[in-house]
Ligand binder design. Structure first.
Ligand code: ADP
Length: 516
């Protein structure tokens, strides 16, 4: 055998290292193996059941999710033809706010995970606020809304028989899905670590944004024993290692970010004023505000963007829009006018035919925070047909994004130069062009559209020295496509004005008689 053969053997055994990212999302769980250039080399994905016990209630079976995670990790490693010895680290990212309570001695959840979209805590929210939606805002950066975790924990302790006693006895612990996944990955009942990161903690309504510690007074208001809460860590450090018997045995679990913050990280939005918008089930825009905590006067959330190890935390403003891609799913599943999401593009007319579709199916999130709103299609005439429905559904996402962007510019005083985008809906050319027309700045999509998983991979890889800080992320980022604004101002403003008027038509719909 000649020398070149030995070189090949050496290359294989010394094998290049990779980072595995686990993305526990709202509709599915994914695992993706990334190489040093930040490119995908293997992946696996599994959907889980959306459990809808009543109008407004959305739950996930956390055991099913954990089994899916184990499955997709195996699929991704097989797809990439690597095993744990090839992995430098594992990062975790997750659907945010979705909340679980489980028994730390048995690993059994006491109730399904209550999903972020779930509105069952409306009454709890009202009681906590006593008419003041901003009661905790200066401490936690968030208005009182059904979206966040703390009230969901209270609901479980109030409604599941025996839960409060078990929680007070120290047997029950809570977590968002990152916490559940990391606890299980690191051993579960056999020494699993009970941690979360600053970005996920900033969505609970229980963490003080300045000190990055749990606020005992708010926890007391919600009747949540402090012993239930996970330890708050940075987004990039070694939390523990994979349980020895598992597929990830002894691999450092070293990154943890909520999905939208992970996408911001994966988009390399590290400078103050940089923003990204992710178009998935919902739509989430995040603008980096650096080390400054910027309180919002315009209906945005103040949240933690990321924290690397002992470095100072970086904060962000966020505009969360509850319905975006899920409106396209609604056209498919409830109206049946398309058979797959991408078909909406072909069906959509060139204009909206005068109709506006405000998808306030579970109230309006940013910048309105109106839980009394419900969806409306306004401007209907005899002329309108399904092509206009499709068009109006796409336009709705673009208008909502513009509303959030306007709020961001007002709060931060920064004028956005370009909008980085990602997520499933960015495959829709019609939407992306209309988006650029509405926001009036270029809209840019990167080569790796899986920015969420990528961001968590970077956080993990940075913690173990696989990547050399943010600069490597910036160097790896590459533009795939850009849309330039191309609509005259008169038309742009006319459409937006009409949209704003349509939004007001959805207010005050739910009252005591119509409430669930
Ligand atoms: P998530 O991570 O929230 O599950 P994804 O980023 O995978 O979401 O995006 C999926 C969403 O994007 C779905 O709601 C789907 O309806 C929508 N979607 C996918 N492709 C298109 C398309 N070509 N045009 C419009 N919407 C789309």
């Amino acid at each position: 055998m000649d020398a070149s053969h030995y070189k090949d053997v050496e290359r294989n055994t010394m094998a290049e290292k990779y980072v595995l990212s686990i993305d526990q999302g709202t509709t599915s769980s994914r695992a993706i193996v990334f190489n040093h250039a930040g490119r995908i080399v293997g992946s696996g994905q599994k959907e889980h059941e959306q459990i809808l016990p009543k109008a407004g209630w959305v739950e996930h079976n956390a055991i099913e999710i954990w089994e899916n995670i184990r499955g997709v990790v195996g699929m991704a490693l097989a797809d990439a033809q690597v095993n744990k010895d090839n992995l430098a680290a594992v990062g975790v990212t997750n659907q945010r706010e979705t909340t679980l309570v489980w028994d730390k001695n048995t690993g059994e959840p006491v109730y399904n995970a209550i999903v972020w979209q779930d509105t069952r805590t409306a009454k709890i929210i009202e009681e906590l606020g006593g008419g003041d939606q901003d009661k905790y805002k200066d401490r936690v950066g968030l208005p009182l809304a059904t979206y966040f975790c703390g009230p969901k924990v209270k609901w479980i302790l109030d409604n599941v028989e025996g839960a409060r006693e078990r929680a007070e006895a120290g047997d029950l612990i809570m977590g968002t899905m990152d916490t559940w996944v990391i606890w299980n990955l690191t051993g579960g009942v056999d020494g699993g670590v009970h941690v979360t990161d600053v970005t996920n903690a900033s969505r609970t309504m229980l963490m003080d944004l300045k000190s990055l510690a749990w606020d005992p007074d708010i926890a007391a208001d919600m009747g949540i024993p402090m012993s239930m809460l996970p330890e708050i860590k940075s987004s990039s450090e070694v939390y523990g290692t994979g349980r020895p018997a598992g597929l990830l045995g002894d691999v450092p679990i070293a990154g943890d970010l909520g999905d939208q913050q992970a996408a911001t990280f994966g988009q390399a939005a590290f400078e103050v004023g940089m923003a990204k918008n992710t178009y998935g089930t919902g739509c989430f825009m995040i603008m980096n505000t650096g080390e400054e905590i910027v309180p919002s006067k315009n209906g945005l959330l103040t949240t933690v963007c990321y924290q690397i190890g002992d470095n100072k935390p970086i904060y962000a403003l966020e505009g969360s829009i509850a319905l975006a891609g899920s409106l396209v799913q609604w056209l498919r599943d409830q109206l049946g006018i398309i058979s797959a999401a991408p078909d909406v593009e072909e069906l959509a007319a060139d204009d909206n035919g005068g109709i506006y579709f405000v998808p306030a199916f579970s109230g309006l999130f940013a910048p309105y925070w109106r839980s009394d709103a419900r969806g409306a299609i306004v401007g209907m005439t005899r002329f309108v047909d399904k092509r206009h429905f499709a068009r109006a559904a796409l336009e709705a996402t673009a208008y909502q994004t513009r509303e959030v962007l306007d709020a961001m510019e007002a709060d931060s005083g920064v004028k956005l130069a370009e909008l980085k985008v990602d997520g499933g809906m960015t495959m829709n050319e019609t939407l992306m062009q209309f988006q650029a027309d509405q926001v009036g700045v270029p809209v840019i999509r990167p080569v790796v559209a899986e920015t969420t998983a990528l961001g968590a991979a970077y956080a993990a890889g940075i913690a173990v020295g696989y990547w050399n800080g943010e600069q490597d992320v910036i160097d790896n980022w590459a533009e795939a496509k850009r849309w330039e604004p191309n609509m005259d101002d008169g038309e742009r403003d006319r459409l937006y004005r009409q949209w704003k008027k349509a939004v007001t038509r959805t207010f005050d719909w739910v009252d005591d008689d119509t409430a669930e």
